[in-house]
Design a protein around this ligand. Structure first.
Ligand code: ATP
Length: 349
């Protein structure tokens, strides 16, 4: 590993007509780091990826790959000279070439193609044609081909989107393990939050062309910078609160808050932080909720609760607990909670 970033995309802007697809976005992928760029459809992820790859030129900003300026400030490097490997949604293997010949097409150094086939666990399939492989195998071959050319960085654009759910989860774990075993630097573009959070060392959340937050998955989930990020990354319910002297007061109780906040706030609750209390003796002082219904998922369930004010929150509890619509229960919040200014904008972090 070196200190030189695999990708340094700085202050990138790109418009199509009057629409800004990418708006002053800055994104870094460190050496050996796996970064997921996640955002809803149309947020600008693919455009930013294409700018990094060199398929698109930025209106402003610079792109460096492995410390070498590839775009911006008067520089321009063609995509095939950027030392990047690409894995697309559909693998994009040549159908008329065997697996071995597909790998050789990337001009790997001697023996590297075989090494990479071994790395993806498909060393025995060199003579197979792409149509003889499963969807998951094709994606692993595409990854092997990208790795075989020893690129500075691998760009993966929705690589699991065409696969069915069961295959997708297994394959994404495998791909993360392969990238880590290879010590590769990688940028994964996905609209799937679970995929981003389960795979990456760092998650960059994109919205309307801007990078709204960057950080380790655990942090962006537990400490979202804005209510939008909180709601985009997982289930979240909001109750109003008021902060004074580092404490927020809300219908669900009092919790610690950032002392820099003051006055009205949003208290954002993840359902797994909300418990339905079934020990009446210990829960006497807790807020009361009425069970509206539940969504049962087997391993767990979401219990839909209405508070006396009429506000609704959800509790994620083990699937074994059986609450019924109409039950009156006590609601316990298992801190810490997320406290944010009531508008979408948050304090700088
Ligand atoms: P998705 O997840 O649906 O692929 P995305 O986050 O990758 O979305 P982009 O494909 O980068 O988003 O698109 C961002 C915005 O730029 C969209 O409004 C899109 O319509 C627009 N856009 C992208 N490419 C072009 C183009 N070549 N010409 C005109 N508009 C474009």
């Amino acid at each position: 590993m070196t200190d030189i970033a695999a990708i340094d995309a700085i202050d990138i802007t790109r418009s199509f007509g009057t629409a800004r697809a990418v708006d002053s976005a800055t994104l870094t992928v460190g050496a050996g780091e796996l970064v997921a760029l996640v955002g809803p459809s149309g947020s600008g992820k693919t455009t930013l990826l294409r700018i990094i790859a060199g398929f698109e030129r930025p209106d402003s900003g610079t792109v460096s790959i492995g410390g070498r300026l590839a775009a911006g400030d008067g520089a321009w490097t063609e995509p095939d000279q950027r030392r990047i490997g690409m894995v697309f949604q559909e693998g994009a293997l040549f159908p008329h070439l065997t697996v071995a010949d597909n790998l050789a097409f990337g001009r790997p150094r001697r023996g590297r193609a075989q090494e990479c086939l071994e790395l993806v666990g498909l060393s025995a399939r060199g003579r197979a044609y792409p149509h003889e492989l499963s969807g998951g195998e094709r994606q692993r071959i595409a990854l092997a081909r990208a790795l075989a050319a020893d690129p500075e960085v691998i760009l993966l654009d929705e690589p699991f989107a065409a696969l069915d759910e069961g295959l997708r989860v297994g394959l994404r774990e495998e791909v993360a393990a392969i990238l880590r075993a290879a010590g590769a630097s990688a940028l994964l573009v996905t609209h799937n939050q679970q995929e981003a959070m389960s795979l990456a060392d760092t998650v960059a959340v994109m919205r309307d062309g801007r990078i709204e937050q960057v950080g380790p998955p655990e942090r962006v989930y537990a400490e979202p910078a804005t209510r939008w990020v909180a709601e985009f990354l997982g289930d979240a319910d909001v109750v109003p609160g008021t902060v004074r002297d580092g404490v927020v007061d809300s219908e669900l109780g009092r919790f610690p808050a950032d002392p820099a906040l003051h006055g009205p706030v949003d208290v954002v609750l993840r359902p797994e932080r909300v418990a339905v209390d079934d020990h009446p003796a210990e829960s006497a002082g807790l807020p009361v909720g009425r069970v509206l219904g539940r969504s049962f998922y087997g391993h767990d369930q979401l219990v839909h609760l209405e508070l006396p004010s009429g506000l609704r929150v959800r509790s994620r509890t083990p699937g074994s607990a059986s609450w019924r619509a109409g039950d009156t229960v006590r609601v316990r919040v298992i801190g810490p909670v997320i406290v944010l200014p009531p508008v979408a904008e948050a304090l700088p972090r």
